[in-house]
Design a protein around this ligand. Structure first.
Ligand SMILES: [Zn+2]
Length: 352
């Protein structure tokens, strides 16, 4: 069942926005029992996701590795090299069930690459709008999967506006709006809890662009709490680049415009779930901002540890410096460095 986060109206399964304009989410009806689960992918949580597995590469259940003083959730080890596959496998399974023949999406790269791969798997035609500045690695991936790519000059926001025009005639499979994409995101909370033997860490740190991961992690832990599997929700720390931090600005009453950042995946000026995310931040966590230099330092640290992540993910490494040390901190590393080798080289060569 899909309901509006703002007015509570029930909508059909393929709706991406409420008639009131509010964002939608899937109601978690099945209680999680925290027992033995079948399968080695994120679809081990299928009974709790509200849909059946149809379009999948048996993805997910990514490693949780303790290095130095933190647990790292290796979400860059998905089929298309980013955590977005969590959302894509669930959303595309629903679209396949409803026989949606074609879709449009806008993305800075990772979500577009992910949805293109799953569209190829499902035989759905995809049209992806990307900002002209998106990494070549991601654009090549989208093109390789046979999706129609539309490059838009200007900001990420300009790309979104162009996609919305197209969405008047083609199904809008937006990773920012779609409630099923969000539903996939909450599997990261299930996995972390299960990897902690159905307990929770003190802190979970995630990057915030549109905030679907941040809100999805919260929704997953909330579901586990309501099911009586865990005793509380961990502190949820979201990270934004200082040069583009609309969620941080909204929560803490700051005003600033959005500029380009090496964390290209986080340049979302108008997150659809801003109101909901603000609420979670106020009750269950905080947001931190990191400078471009700190992101660069974070990337160097990750690579020193053997973790080849993209600059966007390095924002999380930078944020760890601003989070109280504790025995159980989890940092979610969302994107593979192989997608952005040129950008990584630029950062690594800057100081030398
Ligand atoms: Zn509504």
């Amino acid at each position: 069942m899909i309901v509006c986060s703002r007015c509570g109206r029930e909508m059909e399964d393929t709706a991406w926005k409420c008639v009131c304009g509010g964002p939608l989410e899937v109601v978690d009806k099945e209680q999680v029992d925290g027992g033995e689960l079948k399968g080695s992918s994120l679809w081990r949580y299928q009974p709790y996701l509200g849909t059946e597995k149809r379009v999948s590469f048996d993805e997910g259940y990514t490693p949780l590795v303790f290095i130095e003083d933190c647990y790292y959730k290796l979400d860059f080890l998905f089929p298309t090299g980013s955590f977005k596959d969590r959302g894509s496998t669930v959303m595309m399974s629903v679209l396949d069930h409803h026989k949606i023949p074609r879709l449009v999406e806008d993305s800075s790269g990772n979500a577009g690459a992910s949805i293109s791969a799953y569209a190829a798997r499902a035989g759905i035609m995809a049209e992806i709008f990307v900002p002209a500045y998106a990494s070549q690695g991601k654009v090549s991936q989208i093109e390789a999967f046979g999706a129609h790519i539309r490059k838009v000059e200007g900001t990420r926001e300009d790309t979104r506006k162009e996609a919305l025009k197209r969405a008047e005639t083609v199904y809008y499979a937006s990773h920012q709006w779609n409630p099923w994409f969000l539903q996939g995101m909450q599997t990261v909370a299930y996995e972390i809890a299960e990897q902690f033997n159905w307990d929770v860490p003190d802190v979970v740190v995630v990057p915030v662009g549109s905030g679907s991961l941040y809100y999805g992690v919260y929704k997953g832990f909330k579901h586990l709490l309501e099911s009586g599997v865990i005793g509380g929700i961990p502190e949820l720390v979201g990270v934004q680049p200082e040069v583009c931090s609309p969620v941080y600005n909204a929560v803490y009453g700051k005003e600033r415009t959005c500029e380009k950042s090496v964390a290209e995946g986080l340049l979302v000026e108008h997150p659809p779930r801003l109101q909901e995310i603000e609420d979670v931040v106020r009750h269950h966590g905080k947001l931190v901002v990191v400078t471009e230099e700190e992101i660069g330092e974070g990337l160097r640290k990750a690579i020193r540890m053997g973790l080849f992540i993209e600059p966007t993910s390095a924002s999380v490494m930078a944020a760890l410096e601003k989070v109280e040390p504790s025995e159980s901190r989890v940092a979610v590393l969302t994107g593979n460095g192989l997608k952005a080798t040129r950008e990584i080289n630029d950062i690594l060569n800057k100081r030398s």
